[in-house]
Design a binder for this molecule. Structure first.
Ligand code: MCN
Length: 798
């Protein structure tokens, strides 16, 4: 079960290419240093930009004096908000891509105008002949600030008398939102035999992509063409948004993602900085580059999570869940980031049924402005928060009714016969078999033996604990119609182009934009399988608005389910055209032509055949194709699915906790995931590993800490604990396969599953270990100090 072995493409029969653990073709460039990242780009006459950022979390700007900086040798220009406005044309304010009925839209200028609202808010930019000069010149800009009180926590921000962050958002309320049936839920609680109450903070996390954000822009005044190379997960969307922000026509703007060193959601959104680079290049008629320092990424990359939640479960005498009530205050930070309103609402509230058949659910969420950077999606976005609430409550519920935690889950699962299953929170689960992943996990962890071992260990003064997480996720972000009804300001389809070259090789273009997920490998597997050609004959192109007709990008674990399906659609259209040509060449009726393994043959006469690559050649020769047919062999598609996909699984952590030191040590971590059909099991395993590592990071180590003045105290890798390999146990992975009925590949997403599943598995294991001490709850990150405090009952922790 553990450690899928990768294979070379030539070790696999063409017919088995889909589903094989082909080694990642992107790795040689990445590990030999030939891959080109944005900061590697060097252009003739290139200038360098640096951004002066507010050192205060909240302050009024009385004056900015740039004269000393401007007078420095090597400084080309210094710009402030007034210069942007004077240049005309753009909005110079970042747009919000997801609206809610009650949303308070507040302006988000790309350089601060009169007021800074978080430490790191951009105040001025310097463009200079070198990066060093640009950074030195920042120190020469004199800004007169008037400090204002700050607030960092959504609970405090929503209190009466809290510092007011935006004049137009009274009481710092960004929105009020609810889902589910309040009356039905209240009734369930009124008649409940048992109720369980739970409170938690789902802390703010900093994404920590390996490559900091960066952009290089170049402008041709003769053609009015502006090219921006940047660290983006969705070039087409950035092109659209940036076009409005800086006032440059979309069709004259090219956004290209060179190699992108990870994003984890933080490179989806439109930031001020990249727009400033593009605007400055246009002003100066010179290429301009900006690369964030690691400190800048800590201060300005959108953090994720930041929930304060109270939740309750209602239960009957028989151990059945009858209701769930959730109340959350969500941190949105200083401004609304591009997709921020969707994260603590539709990506959160809709997942609160978990794997369970819960007859009544109500969830209300209040979004709060605070003085931390704009908060948005971080791997999982909304779904880890939901899964954490549900799975922690379920563990507490099992205790309340005196049932075994695994059997309590089983008893309340949605039954296999009930799919498609409509939850009380507005989504319809596509397919599932929850008992299967639970059973597999129970078997792998030898659950019955474990409970006996746990008893024996306790007798010896050792505290072992087991934690379950039966998670569900909604991903494959789509469908456009539903997303539009819920407030999305963009469609969520995906687009592809599959093109044969005359020599018979294929280039597959897709509007997703991978940044570590192995799309060049898995997409080539999909296309080679559809066309029946050699995997090595397929090349994959992503991440360039000039090369790829349209696209929506990579996030929400959507690329396989939506982008992959768009590639299937284009490949199938292309095969249909090729069938016509093959029929013409074989002098047969197209209806009598069969296609198998890359060959067209006349039905019942396998020797009358022609390969699809030969057909491609004929399509370009165009001497012998059906009359009136256009030459060439390519097809474009837009794929817009009917529904999300709903991967699921059971993760189990076994830990030993030392009550004296508060240390938590892993004994085992078992992950059984069902992501539908797997295109490439090695890549699936890698995604689960990376996701679980981040989930364990949240459970035990990570958390952005700001002081009461909104100063970031964890602004470097020394202060913010990104888990290292020594912190992560050997992960034991296994899977079950329940295909999604919604897409032609039967796939569900995997990119976020591990991050969604892991935190509550770990916390449940720790609280299980600490049961003899009466500890029911410990906040994340579960540091030794917090464990010790929970055990010893002293409030020494914060
Ligand atoms: N795949 C597969 N079989 C499936 C599902 C997926 O073989 N049943 C493959 C896909 O073809 C793809 C990979 O697994 O090569 C991930 O696919 P998918 O689940 O569709 O996710 P996306 O490609 O859309 O990636 C987005 C997802 C998200 S939302 C975050 S956040 C994340 C993640 O991917 N950020 C990452 N994984 C990351 N991995 C790296 N290295 N870096 C990041 O920033």
């Amino acid at each position: 079960m553990n450690g899928v072995r990768s294979v070379r493409p030539d070790e696999v029969d063409a017919a088995d290419i889909l589903g094989s653990a082909i080694e990642r073709r992107e790795d040689p460039a990445l590990i030999t240093g030939t891959a080109e990242y944005t900061d590697d780009i060097q252009l003739k006459n290139m200038a360098h930009m640096a951004i002066l950022r507010s050192q205060y979390g909240h302050a009024k700007i009385d004056d900015i004096d740039t004269s000393d900086a401007e007078a420095m040798d090597g400084v080309i220009a210094v710009y402030t908000y007034d210069d942007l406005v004077a240049s005309g044309g753009g909005s110079f304010s970042l747009p919000v891509g997801w609206l809610l009925d009650t949303l308070k839209q507040v302006p988000h200028p790309i350089l601060a105008n009169e007021r800074v609202r978080y430490q790191g808010d951009g105040v001025a930019v310097v463009v200079a002949e070198s990066r060093y000069i640009a950074h030195d010149a920042l120190a020469e800009i004199d800004v007169e600030y008037e400090r204002l009180d700050a607030v960092v926590n959504p609970g405090d921000a929503l209190e009466d008398g809290a510092p007011q962050i935006h004049d137009d958002a009274e009481g710092n309320v960004a929105f009020d939102w609810e889902i589910g049936d309040q009356q039905k839920t209240d009734d369930a609680f009124d008649s409940a035999a048992h109720t369980v109450h739970f409170e938690c903070e789902n802390q703010l996390l900093i994404p920590n992509a390996m490559e900091p954000r960066a952009a290089v822009a170049t402008y041709n005044s003769g053609t009015d063409e502006l090219e921006v190379f940047m660290t983006t997960q969705n070039p087409h969307l950035h092109r659209l948004l940036m076009s409005g922000v800086i006032g440059h026509p979309e069709h004259k703007l090219r956004v290209k993602a060179p190699e992108v060193g990870g994003g984890f959601g933080s490179k989806i959104h439109h930031y001020a900085d990249e727009a400033l680079v593009a605007w400055a290049a246009k002003q100066l008629g010179r290429p301009v580059k900006w690369t964030a320092t690691r400190t800048e990424t800590y201060k300005t990359d959108t953090p994720g999570r930041g929930h304060l939640t109270e939740a309750e479960l209602a239960l009957d005498d028989d151990g059945r869940i009858t209701g769930l009530r959730v109340n959350t205050r969500a941190n949105l930070g200083a401004y609304l980031s591009t997709f921020a309103p969707s994260v603590p609402t539709y990506l959160y509230g809709t997942l609160l049924s978990g794997q369970y058949d819960i007859p009544a659910i109500h969830c209300s969420v209040r979004g709060a402005f605070t003085n931390v950077p704009p908060v948005d999606a971080y791997r999982g976005a909304g779904r880890p928060e939901a899964s954490f609430v549900v799975e922690r409550l379920i563990s507490l519920g099992a205790k309340e009714v005196g049932m075994d935690t695994a059997e309590f889950r089983r008893k309340n699962f949605v039954n296999n016969d009930d799919f498609p299953y409509e939850t009380q929170v507005a989504v319809v689960y596509d397919s599932g078999d929850y008992e299967k992943t639970l059973d597999k996990a129970l078997e792998l962890v030898e659950y019955t033996d474990f409970r006996e071992r746990q008893e024996r260990a306790r007798d010896e003064g050792r505290y072992l604990g087991i934690g379950f997480s039966c998670y569900i996720e909604a991903c494959g972000l789509a469908p456009s119609e539903l997303a539009g009804q819920l407030g999305a300001q963009a469609g969520l389809w995906e687009s592809s182009l599959v093109r044969f070259q005359p020599s018979g090789t294929v280039t597959a273009y897709c509007g997703t934009s991978g940044h570590g997920q192995g799309h060049e490998t898995t997409y080539a597997q999909i296309v080679a399988n559809e066309l029946g050609i050699d995997y090595e004959d397929v090349d994959v192109v992503e991440g360039d608005t000039d090369e790829i007709p349209q696209g929506m990008g990579t996030y929400g674990s959507r690329s396989a389910a939506v982008g992959g399906s768009a590639l299937v659609m284009s490949s199938q259209k292309l095969v249909e055209k090729a069938r016509q040509i093959a029929a013409h060449q074989l002098e047969a009726d197209p209806a009598d032509i069969e296609f198998e393994g890359g060959e067209f043959h006349v039905s019942g006469a396998p020797d009358r055949s022609i390969g699809i690559q030969a057909v491609a050649q004929q399509s370009y020769l165009a001497h012998n194709i059906p009359e009136g047919m256009e030459p060439g062999l390519e097809a474009t598609s837009f794929y817009d699915p009917d529904n999300f996909v709903f991967p699921f699984g059971t993760h189990v952590a076994i830990v030993e906790v030392d009550p004296e030191s508060g240390e938590v040590e892993f004994e085992r971590y078992v992950a059984v995931d069902d992501v539908g059909n797997q295109i490439n099991p090695k890549i699936v395993e890698g995604q689960i590993h990376g996701g679980v590592a981040q989930g364990i990071g949240q459970a035990l180590y990570e958390g952005a800490v700001y002081d009461e003045n909104a100063q970031l105290l964890t602004g470097s890798m020394q202060d913010y604990t990104v888990p290292k390999s020594i912190h992560i146990p050997e992960l034991e992975t296994a899977s079950t396969v329940t295909p999604s009925p919604h897409n032609p590949l039967g796939v569900k997403g995997v990119g976020e599953a591990g991050t969604i599943a892991a935190p509550q598995a770990v916390v449940n294991a720790i609280t299980d270990a600490l049961e003899p001490f009466g500890v029911e709850s410990v906040e994340m990150p579960v540091t030794p100090e917090r464990v010790w405090t929970a055990v010893n009952g002293q409030a020494t922790a914060d």
